[in-house]
Design a protein around this ligand. Structure first.
Ligand code: ZN
Length: 290
């Protein structure tokens, strides 16, 4: 059984620009493909990656957002279940919920609506979690939500009772509010809600050691290693206590393929039981998928 906890449908990077990029069929995913080809080892270039910002940004925006493509990729990679991740206001929870309700191999997370009040968001939670949403997605950079704001703390306070995890984007990308991208910006939030499980998506990208440090220090921190090479995953396995219980497979499809992140986990983890935990059991437990 394989569960991918981090996939997208719809245009989370929505902008006038991305509509234009979509029309330009000549945009080839040259850098993204190269990066897949080398198993994401370009992450070792660290900040040098910033030199390729514009090109990467264009290529990400030109990725296909079709739900059908996801189902096709699941079949190709023998993936049994996928978590659909909304990012309001660009992709609303209603869309991912509707898709999950029509297909048993999909489940939906919920998204905070940054333009609505705390009370309105809390009211929407009731609807989302009674109707099958399995967790919360937070993208502070795209959503422009300050992780240390009163608003987010009030919303998290209400979210705690559902006993479901938060999947949070971490790491620098050429999009959104750069101040809210690094794992560091979540430090206060993670410390303040020890009963909420925070899954750091992409393991903080160019600075994965920070994500590993957080997982060592805080029991409520979990890691999702999309875009990370197998060497970094192996390092996380070595450093984090009970690491097999703290890492969950996610791909960030369609921005990444599902194939390379899956291969990287298989390469980094020899133990069959540990692999099984990371590829499915952890997700089943955290998102209550049984
Ligand atoms: Zn994502």
């Amino acid at each position: 059984m394989i569960i991918d906890i981090h996939t997208h449908v719809g245009d989370i990077l929505r902008s006038a620009e991305s509509k234009r990029e979509e029309k330009k069929k000549e945009i080839k995913r040259a850098l993204l493909q190269l990066s897949e080809y080398i198993g994401f080892r370009n992450i070792y270039l660290g900040r040098l990656n910033k030199l390729f910002t514009n090109r990467v940004s264009k290529e990400l925006k030109a990725c296909s957002k079709d739900a059908y493509k996801l189902l096709e990729s699941m079949q190709e990679n023998n993936i049994d279940m996928c978590g659909l991740v909304p990012v309001s206001p660009n992709v609303e929870t209603g869309i991912t919920m509707a898709l999950a309700n029509t297909n048993k191999s999909l489940f939906s997370l919920a998204s905070i609506n940054p333009s609505k009040s705390v009370d309105e968001n809390i009211e929407m939670f009731d609807n989302y979690f009674k109707n099958g949403c399995k967790g919360l997605k937070l993208h502070p950079a795209i959503q422009n939500i300050n992780p240390e704001s009163y608003k987010l703390f009030a919303i998290m306070n209400a979210y705690e009772k559902y006993n479901l995890p938060v999947l949070c984007h971490t790491g620098w990308l050429p999009i959104g509010n750069e101040r809210y991208q690094e794992a560091d910006s979540l430090h206060f939030l993670i410390k303040s809600f020890p009963d909420i499980k925070f899954i750091l998506a992409h393991m903080n990208l160019l600075n994965p050691d920070k994500a590993i440090d957080f997982a060592v220090k805080y029991k409520n921190v979990y890691l999702e290693p999309s875009w990370q090479p197998s060497g970094i995953i192996a390092r996380a396995m070595k450093k984090i206590p009970n690491s097999a219980e703290r890492i969950l497979f996610g791909s960030d499809f369609p921005y990444s393929s599902q194939t390379t992140p899956l291969k990287n986990i298989e390469k980094a983890v020899n133990d069959k039981k540990a692999r099984e935990r990371m590829l499915s059991l952890n997700a089943m437990e955290l998102f209550k998928l049984y």
